[in-house]
Design a binder for this molecule. Sequence first.
Ligand SMILES: [Zn+2]
Ligand SMILES: [Zn+2]
Length: 255
Amino acid sequence: MKWQPVDCHAHSTFSDGALTIDQVVERAALLGVQPSVADHISRDVARTIDTVEEVGYYLEELEHHPVLRGGEFCFHDHLWREIPPEMVKRFTHRVGSIHAVRLGDGTIVRAFSRRVPDGLDANAYMDAHLDYLETFAREMPVDILAHPTLIAMTFREHPVDELWTEQRETRLVNALHAAGICFEISNRYPPHERLVKRAVDRGVRISLGSDGHTREQVADIKKPLAVARSLGVRDEELYDPRRHGSKTGWKGDGA
Ligand SMILES: [Zn+2]
Ligand SMILES: [Zn+2]
């Protein structure tokens, strides 16, 4: 069978996406992409799966469709720690997100809010972000770090070279490498190419993600795939849970 890229990160109406599971599958087929659904599973997202019981319903529904079964879990939220091991195994892969950074004093700085504590400048924030990312990589048994360059809104307009110094980029790729977590090339929050190259050079596996919520976005991973190829990543090396397995222990069922 001809190789097809996997969109490891897409949303459906189970969380904040606009498409049903059937529509995700249909859209991916049209674009020649292997579909997966990775809906929000967290208590700290507006439209989300927010109980263990609902996770069960979600998995059961996905099991009735030809689709890989992912989930996007907020690291800072507790829900992922409550999923029983038997349920974890039903996920074909799991995506971890740093949608908020917890500072040393316990304060939460959310990525999708403009509110930041007084006196927290871009440099201090980025250092805290990398501290938190290292904790994430040590503690969270996920296969993929979603949108690795997503940061708090207030600091997004800062020059990328000031935010992402060589030292910070190195900390990021080393943490992922040590934990065996893939670096996602997100179509929604595209990382700067120097960082992707650093991840590739370090031997971190690359994953493609549309992070799509609408019909136009779901399974659109043309640009991420082009970036990976331009950096010399072979198609077969791109993360595919069916080929590379998952920390969930899922063994493949021909999905
Ligand atoms: Zn996200
Ligand atoms: Zn997402």
